[in-house]
Design a protein around this ligand. Sequence first.
Ligand code: NAP
Length: 482
Amino acid sequence: MSANTFLNYINGEWVGGASTFENRNPANTEEVVGLFVKGSPEDIAGAAAAAQAAFPAWAAMPAPARGNILFKAAEILDRKFDQISAEMTREEGKTLPEAKGEVRRAINIFRYFAGEGSRQPGLLVPSERERVHMFAVRKPLGVVGLITPWNFPSAIPAWKLAPALIAGNTVVLKPASAAPLSAWRLVEALHEAGIPKGVVNFVAGSGGALGQALVDAPPLKAVSFTGSCEIGNWLHAEASRRRLRIQLEMGGKNPTIVLADADFALAVENTVNGAFFSTGQKCTATSRAIVEESIYDRFVDALVERTRKLRVGNGMEPGVDIGPAVDQGQLETDLRYIEIGRRECGEPRCGGRRLTGGAYDKGYFVEPTIFADVTEEMTIANEEIFGPVLAVMRAKDFADALRIANRVPFGLSASIQTTNVSRVFEYVYGMEAGLLTVNLPSAGVEYQLPFGGSKDSSFGPKEQGPAALEFFTDYKTVYLKY
Ligand code: NAP
């Protein structure tokens, strides 16, 4: 295996395999960021068995001691902050400032859950009976499978790994094939921090080849998945057959509602940020701007003017706002939806092409694209694209905007731009989404509060914040007569 090969991590050992797959830079496909060992179903079975063997001792370790290992891993990541951030830009394409923001978040998530090791509150309530003491303690589930996507290749693995581990579970992590290095670095840090063998296991390789083995692994008790609805729904059916606990975070078609009373310049900035930053490849990205009629034309003009100023390019270069699509497949999806948009509502108001010439020829670059006068039935108003494509829609008034916003089956995130406090509260109570923002972009979450969607976007308990422990623990209830 070459020096640039990243091995799988099973039972505390770095292990090779029969073959590898390439992790290429989407901004410059001539650059191979690393070679990853293609894991096999047998590797998954071995990882699950190792996790099972490691579980009793890990679960018995005092939770603050587990926290110390997470604190140490956070420190190790912090020391490699610049290197890990640059690697993320090279493997996923997001700009370096965005990658730094994400690595910082992953480190903070490790620290936050390390602290949870000293809390993990159970329940203590008075009994109706004399001299009976009753309480409920949290206990871990056992071996959990974590399956993660490429778009937040460090933060999402971190926000699954850290609560799973602090609660006393042992894990098998299957990262996204398009960007496995960022997750690998988290596992490397846990290894260097001295996590006992078998507690964390990492198996890279195609989800199609490994997914069934993971969900069939006898020791598995739960699966936490973030990714597409298609795979999430398939996993749900498979996991339910075995009555595994399951948590799914999936797609969205997130709206930003813009009312006539909004701070106009801020609303433009927030909509552009939500739609195009990270190349529109955030699950919480804005893909529909629903704008009140009276400011519609002026708002579209301002959006277009601002969007034309965005610089698309290699995310390592200073001044670049938007990197490439993550791979050929996502590029083709973006271009296909842009063609559908053209057929449905004519030429986009800006963008609409793959960027070519010079350095662009080496990567998967698409212009940020705005379609105006998109109507409710159009495909681009209903299907997740996961690229830099914004559909701008007209609404008669707030009630109409809210109706349009809610008419899709997704319910991940939503944003409103307004200065009217009553509209804000009507939106807070009426908007069908798990994550709401007000006068902010629809994307951009912190780790201290629950995260997750509603409707077809999600299933199961929320991630992040104190809520994360709900998925990764169970209660044991005790009635004690003294
Ligand atoms: P994806 O294709 O569903 O892949 C997600 C993960 O599932 C990857 O690790 C993938 O492995 C794996 N996988 C593929 N087939 C599998 C199978 N049969 N069994 C088990 N695992 C399998 O999604 P993606 O393209 O990486 O990510 C984009 C999607 O994620 C979008 O829909 C986006 O909205 C969603 N997302 C949602 C959230 C949220 O919090 N709601 C956050 C981020 C992203 P391979 O990489 O090897 O195919």
